[in-house]
Design a protein around this ligand. Structure first.
Ligand code: PMP
Ligand code: GLN
Length: 379
């Protein structure tokens, strides 16, 4: 077979999770919660399975869920997405992103991607014949240099992908960032793909600024979301894409032949659970406490802690401690130290040696403390 993705192997998440399993290490690598979702949500799934909601859902998704999403997004942004024509339920945000990228990218089109970047963007661009153009975040993740972003735009630029709160860095885009993005996208007629899967995990009184909250930006944006992080159900793979009607029409043409529709009883269950905003609005405080517990427990190791403003990831620089490449160190810490992490170089287009590891703190407090204890011994 002539590979369509010659540069791609098995994802770093799969590799590090396997290594963690083989060496019985604590897995702070792949991002997923250690704890279970609410028993109430589990009961709702059970209820809808028993009620016979077990056949194909409508192609665009169960209407009650589309309505629930529309209401929650309106409450947060004052932008109305019409459930009938502007909201599609997808198989996780991964499918939403892949389909959104496929909808707009044609061979030869350039797509601006901020790196470090979540690993699914670039292969999706390349599968559609597009060319990723990278803008590297500053090493402290403190700001986005819109002059640089601007300088990357050419007449071939078709789209720009943003992700806030950002995986892997935890960086949160500010209102000013979104306004500059809006200006840039408008000036150059760009599509925007906004990955907001960590929208409810945000710390230190910062605020999530959704692309949906700026009407002109919303009019160019495919907003991709997921319930995986929001309800601790990454295995359910229920996500969504919000986009203006004409965008959604084209998006659904691809979605219908990729998966057709998404798991039915789970959509009904999420729709009902979503009616209580406390179920997701309490998430930031929950994770902020975990971030603080983990950071306090690792503070004497000598890592330089990068700011984690949102998501459930903490990045640490070990440049004062070791010369090792981050993949080498991440593997050694897993095998010898009993703690798995993700080397940040995995999220860059070119080989880098920033010497940064990403730890996922979506774990029980005692797991975080045990991991810190092991790290204190081995680093
Ligand atoms: N985008 C980002 C930034 C993510 O971290 C993830 C999952 N970890 C996804 C997209 C994919 O979401 P899902 O699991 O709903 O497909
Ligand atoms: N998004 C998760 C992470 O960043 C992993 C998802 C996956 O394994 N594909 O760790």
């Amino acid at each position: 077979i002539q590979s369509k993705l010659p540069k791609v192997g098995t994802t770093i998440f799969t590799r590090m999770s396997k290594l963690a399993e083989d060496y019985k290490a604590i897995n702070l690598a792949q991002g997923f919660p250690e704890f279970d979702c609410s028993p109430d949500l589990q009961k709702l799934v059970d209820k809808y399975i028993r009620r016979g909601k077990n056949q194909y859902a409508p192609m665009a998704g169960v209407m009650a869920l589309r309505e629930g999403i529309s209401q929650k997004v309106f409450a947060a942004t004052k932008t109305e997405y019409h459930p009938e024509t502007e909201i599609t339920i997808t198989s996780g945000a991964t499918e939403a992103l892949y389909v959104a990228i496929s909808t707009v990218v044609n061979p030869g089109d350039e797509v601006i991607v901020f790196e470090p970047a979540y690993d699914s963007y670039v292969p999706a661009i390349e599968m559609n014949g597009g060319i990723p153009v990278f803008v590297t975040l500053d090493p402290q993740y403190e700001y986005i240099d819109w002059e640089i972003v601007n300088s990357k735009v050419t007449e071939k630029t078709k789209a720009i992908i943003i992700n806030t709160p950002h995986n892997p860095t935890g960086k949160v885009w500010t209102e000013s960032d979104l306004k500059q993005l809006d200006f840039l996208a408008e000036k150059n007629s760009l599509f925007v793909i906004s990955d907001e899967v960590y929208e409810y995990i945000i710390f230190d009184d910062l605020r999530h600024v959704s692309a949906a909250s700026i009407p002109s930006l919303a009019s160019r944006t495919f907003l991709c979301g997921s319930f995986g992080k929001t309800f601790h159900v990454t295995g359910w793979k229920v996500g969504y894409c919000l986009a203006p009607k004409e965008f959604t029409t084209e998006f659904r043409k691809i979605h219908q032949f990729m998966v057709f529709s998404v798991i039915t009883p789970f959509q009904f269950a999420i729709a009902e659970f979503l009616k209580e905003p406390d179920h997701y609005l309490s998430l930031s405080a929950f994770y902020e406490s975990k971030r603080n517990i983990f950071n306090e427990a690792i503070k004497d190791i000598g890592f330089v802690l990068k700011p984690s403003e949102g998501s459930f990831f903490q990045n640490v620089s070990y440049k004062n401690l070791s010369e090792e490449h981050d993949l080498v160190l991440a593997e050694r810490l897993t095998k010898e130290g009993g703690v798995a992490s993700i080397p940040l170089s995995a999220f860059y287009g070119e080989e880098t040696n920033f010497r940064v590891l990403r730890f996922c703190f979506a774990k029980n407090d005692d797991t975080l403390l045990r991991a810190a204890e092991l790290l204190n011994k081995v680093v």
